[in-house]
Design a protein around this ligand. Structure first.
Ligand SMILES: NC(=O)c1ccc[n+]([C@@H]2O[C@H](COP(=O)([O-])OP(=O)(O)OC[C@H]3O[C@@H](n4cnc5c(N)ncnc54)[C@H](OP(=O)(O)O)[C@@H]3O)[C@@H](O)[C@H]2O)c1
Length: 260
């Protein structure tokens, strides 16, 4: 199949590209900058979702589009208005399936970026292209990044906010499954095997790196903070728990860094 991955250079997108290439698909990355490494059966087209420039040339001869674009700073312009531009371009190009990724609990946690993700889901569901939507919990690398940044200052951030981090590779594999299966609308949410508080994640990291750190309580005020403490970012009973724990991921990431 000919598959375009918008945002195919990003944290999730690069894994989706590898997964699709390994399954024998012809893959086209669509993003503002080209991938660092080009491989057999991989091409690149430049496009900017915030303006629509490049989108008309991006999807010619493409069967399915996977959307792994992200923008925290321009969430509405890129994720919501950008998706409208993408779907219009897909109709003009005759694309038959659009695969979208969203976030577990985005409709239960009232922060600006999550509101944009909910809007993005609505644009997809009301749009003209047959679709599949997968919601995933936060990636291990995403929850680890602020802990790593704080650790540089010997700070261990503590909070009762709940997370259920997942391997990004598992998310990429489910998106590739969606490509192979065809339009399925909303599919079951996925998340990692274990729910942790931020305090537990920070303590696992501190113990792993055997560091002496100052525990600093992070206040998470308002409705969003309460929702996070109540586990709104974690799976409910219908979700699927997959992949490695944060402890396993941390051990693998440390080994990777040491052998690089
Ligand atoms: N991070 C998490 O924990 C998590 C959890 C669940 C779901 N998700 C979802 O997964 C998706 C990908 O997230 P990520 O963390 O992998 O993102 P990321 O690493 O920040 O990658 C973003 C990608 O979007 C492209 N991009 C950004 N602005 C663009 C624009 N204006 N036009 C075209 N391409 C643009 C970037 O390439 P260029 O800069 O070269 O254009 C890059 O390839 C998002 O929908 C996010 O909500 C993330």
């Amino acid at each position: 199949m000919h598959v375009a991955v918008i945002g195919g250079t990003g944290g999730l997108g690069a894994h989706v590209v590898s997964e699709l290439l390994n399954r024998g698909h012809q893959v086209r990355v669509v993003s503002r900058s080209a991938p660092d490494l080009m491989r057999a059966n991989l091409t690149h087209r430049t496009a900017d979702l915030s303006t629509g420039v490049g989108l008309d040339a991006a999807f010619d001869n493409i069967d399915t589009v996977v959307d792994a674009v992200n923008s925290q700073k321009q969430a509405t312009a890129v994720l919501v208005d950008g998706l409208r531009r993408v779907l219009d371009a897909e109709v003009r190009a005759g694309v038959g399936h659009h695969v979208e990724i969203s976030i577990v609990g985005c409709d239960r946690i009232p922060i600006g970026y999550y509101r944009a993700k909910v809007e993005q889901e609505k644009v997809l569901a009301a749009g003209p292209v047959p679709w599949t939507l997968l919601r995933a919990t936060q990636f291990h690398s995403f929850v680890d990044a602020p802990l790593a940044a704080a650790a540089k200052y010997r700070i261990s951030p503590h909070s009762r906010a709940q997370f259920q981090p997942i391997d990004v590779g598992e998310v990429a594999a489910r998106l590739a499954d969606a490509v192979d299966t065809g339009p399925s609308n909303r599919v079951p949410d996925i998340g990692g095997p274990t729910v942790y508080s931020l305090t537990e994640l920070a303590e696992i990291r501190r113990a792993h790196h055997d560091g002496h750190m100052l525990a600093v309580h992070i206040p998470l005020p308002g409705k969003a903070g309460r929702a996070m403490r109540e586990g709104a970012a974690c799976l409910d009973d219908t979700g699927r728990r997959v992949g490695s724990t944060y402890e396993q991921w941390l051990a693998d990431a440390t080994l990777d860094a040491a052998t690089r």
